[in-house]
Design a protein around this ligand. Sequence first.
Ligand code: ADP
Ligand code: ZN
Length: 709
Amino acid sequence: MDLDHARQALKKYFGYDAFRPMQAEIIEAIYNKQDVVVLMPTGGGKSMCYQIPAITLPGTTVVISPLISLMRDQVEGLKANGIKAEYLNSSQTSNQQKEIEKAFFEGSYDLLYISPEKILSQNFTPILKGAPVHLFAVDEAHCISSWGHDFRQEYTQLRFLKNEFSGIPVSAFTATADKLTRKDIVDQLEMNNPATFVASFDRPNLSIEVRPGQKRLQQIVRFIRQKPGEPGIIYCLSRKSTEELATKLQKQGINARHYHAGMSPQDRMECQEEFVNDTVPIICATIAFGMGIDKSNVRWVIHYNLPKNIEGYYQEIGRAGRDGAPADTLLFYSYADVMVLEDILRKNESEQTEIQLAKLNRMREFAEAQICRRTILLNYFSESREGSCGNCDVCKNPPQYFDGTVIAQKALSAIFRIRERAGINMLINVLRGSGRKDIFQNGYHKIKTYGAGKDLTFAEWQFYLRQMVNLGIIEVAHDQNNVLKISPLSKSILFDNKEVQLVKFQDYRQRKEKQAKVKVSTKTLLQQELFEKLRQLRRTLAQQNGLPPYLIFTDATLDLMAKQYPLNDRQMLNISGVTEQKLRRYGVAFLHEIFEFAQQHPTHFQGITYKITEKLFREGHSIQSIARMREMSPMTISSHLAKLYEEGAPVDLSEYISAEEIDIISGYLKVLARPFILKEVHQHFDQQFSYDKIKFGIAHYNKEANIGA
Ligand code: ADP
Ligand code: ZN
């Protein structure tokens, strides 16, 4: 088997033109019967690496997967592409299982998904021995490692694959990157000198943004309103806050639900299903949500609170945009969240506490950083990278520094005068001259700097004070209720006017305005409108077929359809993600929708007018009748046809010009200098040919000349 076959299968069964980085190498290694270990981020395209060998090699690939809830969807997806796949697990009746076992034994499947319990069960072994298995693929292979976060006891027994079936290669796939886990996988599966592939963990289609956590609800509502109908997840820290937030969003007319591990299994299942089927697009959830969900068109993820560590954060934002189409992520940051998390960690004191606190600190540094956020994330995962990514808030809006000496002096002087006895909020209230009771009780309204910082908002002060903490000018006494203290560094600022450079505060609204200046043209607005129509159509078809919408076409595929507006089968098949099978099943409906839409906006779709003519002509309408239908002159329509023909579109003009006539006209064109002037050629033949025939004759001549050239 070679890679050409693999590429053909990729096009035929998945509609994709090229492999993603590493996929081809991995498939080649599997073809060479090597054991392989693959580390790729979620959405990187791991499944393709075993699905292509499964389809192209004789026999069956057995996929061991711990997530029973995912198997059905995966198998449905494969079947929708015309691939012979089934699954075996405890959710099926024993009769169902027997039937599938028999078919598997007889080699009827390209792929069999199976739970670890099932493959380890005694009475399954003889079936496995008799079936034509060519590959074992262990999905979510990190479950084998007790270092990992998802340890499964049964996974540790999977070494029996190598022990009992030494001739069959084993491949292992995971999105968990660390080295210990990787070593565990190789050791425990007793793999033979496996080829290891570590893909980049970068997800360039995810935008990354961090905003101060003020007025979160308001910000979230605005964010959602800008993305009507797009599926997204909002992660909250507590069960209670998922419920509260969902209720608040519902009150604003937003279709949202909550999800957390305290709900009944029934409710949880229902919630997941509604999300997967796009009936409820927004879920407010604890981090329990998302593990068992294979939904590729999540368009955004919001973190209402700061996550505990970068691993968790990256995994959670990774649930967005798995189809490769652009997706947005937004993290709200406030220092109060850090303190809450620290408290939680300290209360559950264990050996791990120090490590966890350190990880939380890295998370905080990330949120406060003024350099490219993607760079920080990838470096964290030991993937070195430099420069700006262009798709995070810092890169889109590089920080502007200014002389913040006066601001720093005001803050330091206030801290000094209230004798280092107040936390950050109290300090800000003093600086802004607030009339709060506690200020008067403490007599802080009498100090010299009371009200000296009125010119700045609360949010601005927070932003600048956090920077001063990071610069080491101010210290936070964690052991004394987080009161602020003056550091040795600050003396020269207070007394010698040492300059302090601060990053200018930018309200997220100001930032948004800046970004909005990149004008949206009508064309992209129309593309969005068409995309929306296609999405509606997909939802209807999904309901009719009892499938999740993304299994019909992914968002990325719909996006391409909206951009390229295919109008015939050939053009449709050129769209990445459209297979022959899907074209047959759903093609007509989508082509129809696109055509209707384009027809309503002929001036905005470049070349659409030609395509409309082509479509009608190929449906059998004459030049005259197309002209009538389109309210255009027949001359215009025949010019369209001439151009289409010249460019190789499959329009058959034989009814309008004979081969003989073409010969006669070509004979004259041969001796004529370019450019050909229609009127002159027409005159030369002295009424012998109509203008249309001359046009078609020239088109034919040009086409031949092009081919010859
Ligand atoms: P993973 O298992 O690594 O999370 P998937 O295998 O689910 O990722 O793939 C994520 C998405 O990328 C799917 O929609 C899949 O169809 C798509 N995909 C995979 N390989 C390719 C490719 N070579 N070209 C285009 N899309 C691809
Ligand atoms: Zn960046």
